[in-house]
Design a protein around this ligand. Structure first.
Ligand code: HEC
Length: 146
């Protein structure tokens, strides 16, 4: 994906941006209690969690980002509900694909909600934290493409 050197400068830039935001009080919750990522995660992953919470939580469930946008039962399904990412493990490439193309169908999820470094940060976060409640059988089915 991205080379080590790029990744490093990316991390530095994000740190700077985050620090600026925190200083400006723009992120009401720097070190938010709702978003649950490990304290020693790289800044990109933390920023990814924050971005996910801000931009993706309306349609997706992902506990680590305090997001509950997916439908919980057939009774509260909304047209725009996306997959529950606690139950579905996705990799960086899948997240970037979904971001660029608007999900896998392009029908509901808007394209390019985040771009560039922000997209990379979100993808890194989602790849790391998705699938925490995935049943291993489901995952195998998904991996074999059934
Ligand atoms: C308006 C609702 C909506 C928003 C906002 C939204 N999504 Fe989605 N997303 C969906 C829907 C619906 C699907 C599945 C159906 C489809 O692809 O058309 C989907 C699919 C996905 C998939 C594919 C899952 C898989 O199994 O491959 C990923 C990953 C994903 N979204 C991540 C994100 C991320 C990251 C964001 C924020 C940057 C986001 N979504 C914002 C509705 C949304």
């Amino acid at each position: 994906m991205i080379g080590a050197r790029m990744a490093k400068s990316l991390t530095l830039k994000i740190t700077t941006a985050l620090a600026a935001l925190c200083a400006a009080g723009a992120l009401g919750a720097c070190g938010s209690q709702e978003i649950e990522v490990a304290a020693d995660e790289p800044p990109a992953v933390k920023q990814g969690a924050q971005l996910f919470y801000e931009r993706c939580s309306g349609c997706h469930t992902l506990a680590a980002a305090a997001s509950e946008g997916s439908a919980e039962s057939v009774h509260n399904v909304e047209h725009t509900d996306g997959p529950n990412l606690d139950q579905r493990k996705v990799e960086v490439d899948q997240v970037l694909y979904a971001i660029r193309n608007g999900g896998f169908s392009g029908a509901i999820m808007p394209q390019n909600i985040v771009t560039g470094e922000e997209a990379d940060a979100v993808a890194e976060f989602v790849a790391k934290y998705s699938g925490s409640k995935a049943a291993s059988e489901q995952q195998e089915q998904q991996n074999t493409g059934d």
